[in-house]
Design a protein around this ligand. Structure first.
Ligand SMILES: NC(=O)c1ccc[n+]([C@@H]2O[C@H](COP(=O)([O-])OP(=O)(O)OC[C@H]3O[C@@H](n4cnc5c(N)ncnc54)[C@H](OP(=O)(O)O)[C@@H]3O)[C@@H](O)[C@H]2O)c1
Length: 277
């Protein structure tokens, strides 16, 4: 079983350097894949109301042999639940579907700036944390300006910001802002959803040099940037492959070469305009 190291968040939580994405893992097969991931060593499970798999994640947590307190179950508030009262009700719904008495990592899924209710949502999350129903609070898909507003209006700095991040979109500027403000970066779609990334010559060459796979080289790049990638895989052997990234290191030049693949966002995910409810 892989042992995944942790970093310390601004709320003192020990947070894994690698997590497990669960989007599209639903039904009995989804539960099986998540149980397998926990058995492989993953401790951070990334879910969301909108993935419609909180029941599966909760079921996998109960079925696994790992102690509940060793696992970090993450879920996210959807756009339709923005607002103070709505967010409190949303958390209760998530807890019920998960069948757990605590959400370990609770995020605002998308800021939806047009409806402008993310600050009220954040205030509810602060109260949920103070009541012990959620442990770590953070956001997803927030820009520097949105993070600044949350901090200025509430005085509470999100512990994490989960954003699109992969070698085609390394987000250097946002990462620097996170670092300055003690916000940990999580990388969503860290493999760029497989795409042609894993066939890029520079990735292949680095992988060959370290006798690892292109996927392992890319995930190691994330870890060395100081972000937590959350790759999703339904397959036990690929879950293992993705977790075996702590026995080698890329050189600074190799990290820079992978970052050189930058070309921008791959999908329609600009937080200033993209909306999800
Ligand atoms: N906050 C947000 O707005 C947001 C947005 C998107 C995603 N996310 C989160 O981020 C997680 C990961 O992102 P993602 O699922 O979009 O993309 P991803 O993790 O970059 O890529 C997943 C794809 O890569 C394949 N794969 C995984 N390991 C592989 C390996 N070792 N070799 C070859 N192929 C491999 C998977 O196939 P198999 O399953 O067949 O292995 C799947 O098709 C999601 O599950 C979700 O939890 C969050």
């Amino acid at each position: 079983m892989a042992t995944i190291p942790t970093v310390t968040l601004n709320d003192d939580t020990a947070f894994p350097e690698l997590g497990f994405g669960t989007y599209k893992l639903t039904g009995p097969e989804g539960v099986g894949a998540i149980v397998s991931a926990i058995g492989t060593g993953y401790r951070l499970l990334d879910s969301a109301v909108n993935y419609e798999n909180e029941r599966e994640v909760g079921e996998a947590v109960r079925r696994s042999d790992v102690d509940r307190d060793e696992l970090l179950v993450a879920t996210k508030i959807p756009g339709r639940d923005h607002g103070y009262d709505e967010a409190i009700a949303s958390a209760r719904g998530s807890l019920e579907r998960l069948g757990l008495d605590r959400i370990d990592v609770y995020l605002i899924h998308w800021p939806n700036p047009r409806i402008d209710r993310f600050v009220d949502t954040w205030r509810a999350m602060i109260d949920l944390r103070d009541q012990g129903l959620v442990r770590t609070i953070g956001v997803s898909n927030f820009t520097e300006a949105m993070l600044t507003r949350l901090i200025e209006e509430t005085g509470v700095v999100p512990a994490v910001n989960q954003v699109e991040l992969h070698p085609y979109f390394p987000q250097a500027r946002l990462r620097a802002f996170h670092e300055k403000n003690d916000i940990h970066t999580e990388s969503w779609s860290p493999l760029a959803r497989r795409s042609e990334l894993l066939g890029e010559q520079v990735v292949q060459e680095i992988a060959d040099r370290h006798e690892v796979t292109p996927t392992q080289a890319v995930l190691r790049w994330h870890v060395q940037l100081g972000t937590t990638p959350i790759p999703k895989s339904a397959d036990a052997s690929r879950q293992r492959e993705n977790a075996e990234i702590f026995g080698f290191s890329l050189t600074d030049a190799e990290v820079a070469a992978v970052s050189g693949l930058e070309r921008g966002r791959l999908w329609d995910g600009d937080p200033d305009t993209h909306e999800e409810f």
